[in-house]
Design a protein around this ligand. Structure first.
Ligand SMILES: *Cc1c(COP(=O)(O)O)cnc(C)c1O
Length: 396
């Protein structure tokens, strides 16, 4: 089937909830994707921060094949080794004492919100049930996560929303302080906002939030679905700030492209959750867990994280040069290998121009071009991407 035929099938049969790129992808290798016509694309989206190890990682493939030969799925009514081992790996590498597994970022947010409400109900009674979230935050599209994702475009078609959400301004501690009252059970925030425009929390903001949450008996939830697992150059994005949450959500890169989410929690919260309170049929089956073990092991290796930091500061330098040359670029922001170029116009034509030259990028809001290369990206690939962007900016 050629690209036009595949496009026709998609248009006829798949519900159109995405604006699709003009090509059809067929295979990948390292930091490159190839379309059905054999064209190569340098991939600076990575499945939206999913393919941290790039395409075709031999250890991921081996784990997938070996586990598929043995056992793919059993219910969570039954124990399997890969799941228990993965939970141990996540706990030993984080602030957390326990892990709840699910299948996506939005499910990890749902679980975190449910656990926060359960904790508050058990410890303080039913009045303490509100969730504080932030402007430009993104936590997912199912009803609970959507209720704490304050974008009219996402929320308005689906009202009424789950009640109890309230919103402060990201990086404005006073606005959060004003809303953190005795009715608040949790506060959810991305240490580095992805979808909302690649916005970095300030240290003052995140530390202040931690302190306020502790004082006012509010659980602090970090959504590290996009910024976690090495993306910013430390295993957890919050390490940079020297603060720890009470709960943390993970997903995107966790299982190397297989669907997996996880909610990590402290014992204090975990002990209020009872058997039967929450669950998932597919979550953490042996196949996903075997692959996730490989991903977590590789990403948490000190040399790997060192590579992300080095590549990230090299890319930062190149992007700042790009900003010098192109007045359309208002700001360059990011950390590690998540970067946003805020421009003075819609970035859609820029993304299209990239496609024509074999570079895949995406947006984070209409005016921010977002770069999420695989974490294994090399210097030559960073240079190539910047050169393509340079020409694309010149053309516009
Ligand atoms: C992508 C994302 C989610 C939602 O994840 P899905 O797997 O698409 O449900 C939640 N939070 C953040 C920060 C994300 O980037």
């Amino acid at each position: 089937m050629n690209a036009a035929e595949i496009r026709a099938l998609d248009e006829r049969y798949v519900l159109a909830t995405y604006a699709r790129a003009p090509f059809v992808l067929e295979r990948g290798e390292g930091a490159y994707l190839y379309d059905t016509e054999g064209r190569a694309y340098l991939d600076f989206v990575s499945g939206i921060a999913v393919n941290a190890l790039g395409y075709g990682d031999p250890d991921v493939r081996r784990a997938l094949h070996e586990q598929a030969e043995r056992l793919i799925h059993v219910s969570n009514l039954y124990l399997t080794a890969p799941q228990a081992q993965l939970a141990q790996m996540l706990v030993e590498r984080s602030f957390a004492d326990k892990v709840f597994f699910c299948n996506s970022g939005t499910e990890a947010a749902e679980a975190a919100l449910k656990f926060a409400r359960k904790w508050a109900k058990v410890r303080f009674g039913p009045e303490k049930n509100e969730i504080l979230a932030f402007s430009e935050g993104f936590h997912g599209r199912t009803m609970g996560a959507l209720a704490v994702t304050p974008r009219p475009h996402y929320q308005d078609p689906f009202r009424p929303l789950v009640p109890g959400a309230k919103f402060a301004t990201f990086n404005d501690l006073a606005s959060a302080e004003a809303l953190l009252d005795e009715k608040t059970c949790a506060c959810i925030v991305e240490p580095v906002q992805g979808e909302g425009g690649v916005n970095l929390a300030t240290t003052e903001f995140l530390r202040g939030l931690r302190q306020l949450c502790t004082e006012r008996q509010v659980l602090l939830i970090f959504d590290e679905v996009q910024c976690g697992l090495g993306r910013t150059g430390t295993l957890w994005a919050h390490e940079f700030y020297g603060v720890q949450p009470d709960l943390m959500t993970l997903a995107k890169p966790l299982a190397g492209g297989l669907p997996m989410g996880a909610t990590l929690l402290k014992e204090e919260v975990a002990e209020t959750v009872a058997v039967g309170d929450h669950g998932s049929t597919f979550a953490a089956n042996p196949l996903v867990c075997a692959v996730a073990q490989v991903v977590v092991n590789k990403i948490s290796a000190p040399q790997f994280l060192e590579h992300v930091r080095r590549a990230g500061s090299y890319l930062e330098g190149r992007l700042l040069e790009l900003q010098q040359r192109h007045g359309q670029i208002r700001q360059v922001r990011g950390r590690g290998l998540i970067w946003g170029l805020e421009t003075d116009r819609d970035v859609t034509p820029l993304i299209q121009a990239g496609y024509e030259e074999g570079l895949i990028t995406c947006k984070a809001g209409p005016r921010v071009l977002r770069l999420l290369p695989p974490l294994i990206v090399g210097q030559a690939e960073l240079d190539r991407a910047v050169e393509i962007l340079d020409r694309a900016f010149s053309r516009l």
